[in-house]
Design a binder for this molecule. Structure first.
Ligand code: CAA
Length: 413
């Protein structure tokens, strides 16, 4: 069975790239549906039972992550030759969506490992780096972190204060990174650092750092509003000797590496936001059918029915944007702006409709047992990490104003 999902034909008469950004063919195949169903079963059986407890006690899901690795969820898009699942981005998005309906602490661990760390290494690493590191990261034997943010460099990612001084046969790494997902559990860090300050962003490099090396110190675990079972830390690097062969790409490629990796990462976070919204919606529909007030299920009162209608419509719109960005990546098109649009919209929808889900549940929505308050707390971070909603608007508006997006294909003079 092939599910027809969305189809517009591209016109050959207008700019190829621009047209394809608007007009995409993509299909959800039987294989995609199998991935989605496997992720749904896994989530219900393995993640759901302890999710409230892990959230309450900030308990890292060690056993659950091990099982995710066994299922192949930690290196879904990596080529089989490096131990990955060899799947496309759409499969990854479908799995992320299902897992995020229940447990976004687990899905952020999965997202960072898949789309920031593994994808970055496979796309830009040397063969030696892939053999040495990617093979272990793709199977989940090791977990990775992406270390870009600093106390003074969040959205303004070019202002890196962490330095990597070229010492001839190695680099000497010094600095502090914060908000690092998987920070206390990861074996491998991809660290962005400044080598030539006088060159600005062109002087930045990216490095593979083994956390077992001397000089890598892990700070305290953050006590967060949401995704509380995930492991977020500050990391300090003090005179860490990084071998030359652990630099990723050409000298000075580090900022572009970070931006390219984040474009893909944003598809994963958009899928997470979509899953959170869809999870809140599923719970709301169920509750609206079961809970009675004034002699009938609350879903039959227009006040609730219209909320469900708005939720369903906006979640479906988010789904189309997110799947489209994944399909564009799979087709080798420029997906940066599409990824930002998906993340911006899906995260705003997640925040808005998790709040509505609590309202539909009334007092029950305000307590932990009914899950929707956790979904609301988890939704908030999707508007912040891997680029805030404001930074997504920067990316999108620059694409519009530079003429890269939505040229007047249908409205030419
Ligand atoms: N792909 C390739 N290259 C890119 C790019 C992309 N997506 N975006 C920018 N670049 C290139 C530009 O072409 C430019 O190169 P040239 O000078 O050679 O032309 C260079 O990078 C600098 O680009 P800008 O001038 O656009 O840089 P800027 O300072 O204006 O910043 C920005 C742009 C989009 C705001 C960027 O700083 C940004 O994305 N900030 C947000 C950072 C972020 O997402 N942080 C998330 C932290 S990681 C995280 O959250 C992980 C986790 O653990 C969950």
């Amino acid at each position: 069975m092939t599910v027809f999902f969305l189809i517009f034909e591209a016109s050959n008469e207008v700019n190829h790239q621009t047209t394809l950004q608007i007009s995409m063919n993509f299909f959800i195949t039987e294989e995609h549906m199998a991935v989605k169903e496997a992720a749904r079963d896994f989530t219900q059986q393995v993640l759901l039972p302890g999710v409230i407890d892990r959230d309450r006690h900030m308990k890292y899901p060690t056993e659950e992550v091990r099982k995710m690795a066994e299922m192949g969820f930690l290196g879904m898009m990596v080529s089989p030759e490096y131990g990955g699942g060899g799947m496309d981005t759409l499969s990854y998005v479908l799995a992320m969506e299902e897992i995020s309906k229940v447990d976004s602490s687990c899905s952020v661990i999965m997202s960072v490992n898949n789309s920031l760390v593994c994808w970055g290494l496979e796309a830009f690493g040397t063969e030696e780096q892939k053999q040495k590191y990617l093979t272990k990261l793709a199977t989940g034997e090791w977990i990775g972190s992406f270390c870009l943010s600093e106390p003074e460099a969040g959205s303004d990612a070019t202002s890196q204060c962490t330095t990597a001084i070229d010492m001839g046969d190695h680099y000497l790494l010094n600095g502090t990174k914060n908000w690092i997902t998987n920070g206390g559990t990861s074996r491998i860090h991809l660290v962005i650092a400044q080598t030539y300050p006088e060159l600005g962003h062109k002087g930045i490099n990216a490095f593979i750092v083994d956390t077992q090396w001397e000089g890598v110190n892990i700070g305290a675990k953050e006590d967060k509003l949401g995704i509380r079972a995930s492991d977020t830390h500050t990391i300090m690097y003090t005179d860490v000797k990084v071998p030359k062969e652990n630099r990723i790409g050409e000298d000075g490629f580090g900022f572009k590496f970070a931006m390219k990796v984040l474009s893909g990462g944003r598809i994963g976070i958009a899928a997470q936001a979509l899953g959170i919204a869809a999870g809140a919606y599923e719970l709301s529909v169920k509750y609206a059918k079961e809970r009675e007030a004034f002699g009938k299920p609350i879903g039959q009162h227009q006040a609730i029915a219209f909320k469900l209608a708005d939720m369903a419509t906006e979640i479906e719109a988010a789904r189309l944007l997110v799947y489209r960005s994944a399909a564009m990546k799979d087709k080798g098109l420029d997906y940066t702006t599409a990824a930002s649009m998906g993340k911006l919209f899906a995260s705003e929808v997640a925040m808005k409709h998790t709040v509505e889900a609590i309202q539909i549940h009334g007092g029950y929505g305000y307590v932990k047992e009914y899950h929707v308050e956790r979904l609301m707390r988890d939704a908030k971070i999707t508007q912040i990490y891997e680029g805030t909603s404001e930074m997504q608007r920067v990316v999108i508006s620059r694409a519009i104003l530079s003429g890269q997006l939505y040229e007047p294909v249908f409205f030419q003079d």
